[in-house]
Design a protein. Structure first.
Lengths: 279, 53
């Protein structure tokens, strides 16, 4: 089992480079930074977490910039977007950012992706909520073309470009792992078509590991190795017994949640997680 | 006067972090460094330090 942490990197939290160093020193595998480009002040879409939306959601640094800072401070720590809101991003620019981070970090990117939940946020970027999965699909497929082809081109409903030259290509071949977030009715469609992993959130009333056999079967039916998509759990419980249960169910990465707080609050929590990790 | 350089940061050029750490070079030959750094992009580290010495 690999262990990572997810934290909103903000101006009021431990800095991304310091967090990354502290994680690497303690033997963690990965750091994960979420993404929200902004939060519309209307606050129409309810937060899936329930209640008032925390300030972290509109205060977070850009994940790729924060991950680059983390990369510069470390040698081995893997760098994850958790998750990157592809439906809010130009695919050519995002392909460039992922490839650049992968190059400059020596091939350490884990490209976590998702569609998001805030309808008005994605609408501000020109994506209608009802089209988000089709937009995401085309943008991911277009990025794969850019990462793997000398002259990429894409002609879809939402993404269209003729042959382009776009280097650098990522160090990881054919590209950094695409790890699909979410736990909805159509999530496995995306994992099976273009995913290298699945990364659902563990919630009090829903245990996503129960769906792992279904994922394996879907992969097998699609002609893929049933183990070709790894499973990671976001906000995994930091308890040995629970982690052993996850591992037995086929989970290979546990990602613990960290509050977006200063080092004085974060480092003791990291020590506690590291103790569980080594137990 | 403040001095800077412009360079396409590429996979075949001096790495951005290494380039950024070369600021003392800027003060050794401020008038020409921008052009020489652009040349260094093709020839990497050795040429960068050579042109600065």
């Amino acid at each position: 089992m690999d262990y990572g942490v997810v934290m909103f990197p903000t101006e009021y939290a431990i800095a991304p480079d310091e967090l990354a160093r502290e994680l690497e020193e303690r033997g963690f595998e990965s750091v994960w930074f979420p993404e929200h480009t902004h939060i519309p002040a209307s606050r129409r879409s309810p937060w899936p977490g329930g209640g008032e939306l925390p300030r972290d959601y509109w205060s977070s640094y850009d994940p790729f910039v924060a991950l680059m800072v983390a990369a510069g401070a470390t040698r081995r720590l893997k760098l994850g977007t958790g998750i990157c809101l592809v439906v809010e991003r130009d695919p050519i620019t995002t392909a460039k950012e992922v490839a650049t981070l992968d190059r400059l970090s020596g091939g350490r990117v884990l490209f976590g992706i998702g569609g998001g939940w805030n309808a008005e946020e994605m609408e501000d970027h020109g994506t209608a909520f009802k089209t988000r999965w089709r937009v995401l699909r085309e943008r991911v497929l277009a990025m794969k073309e850019i990462w793997t082809k000398r002259e990429a081109e894409f002609h879809g409903q939402f993404v269209r470009f003729d042959k382009i030259w776009a280097d650098p290509k990522p160090i990881q071949k054919p590209h950094p792992p695409i790890i699909v977030g979410g736990d909805g009715a159509t999530t496995f469609d995306r994992v099976v078509e273009f995913g290298d992993g699945w990364m659902p959130i563990m919630r009090p009333n829903r245990n996503p590991v129960e769906r792992i056999p279904e994922l394996r079967e879907r992969l097998r039916k699609a002609g893929r190795d049933p183990k070709s998509a790894s499973v990671g759990i976001f906000f995994a419980p930091p308890k040995r017994e629970a982690l052993d249960t996850l591992a037995a169910a086929g989970v290979s990465r546990a990602i613990f949640g960290l509050p977006s707080e200063p080092r004085e609050a974060v480092l003791p929590r990291l020590d506690a997680y590291a103790k569980v990790m080594r137990s | 006067m403040d001095y800077g350089v412009v360079m396409f940061p590429t996979e075949y050029a001096i790495a951005p972090d290494e380039l950024a750490g070369a600021d003392r070079i800027l003060f050794s030959e401020p008038g020409t460094m921008g052009w020489r750094m652009l040349g260094a992009a093709d020839t990497r580290r050795r040429s960068l330090w050579t042109t600065a010495s």
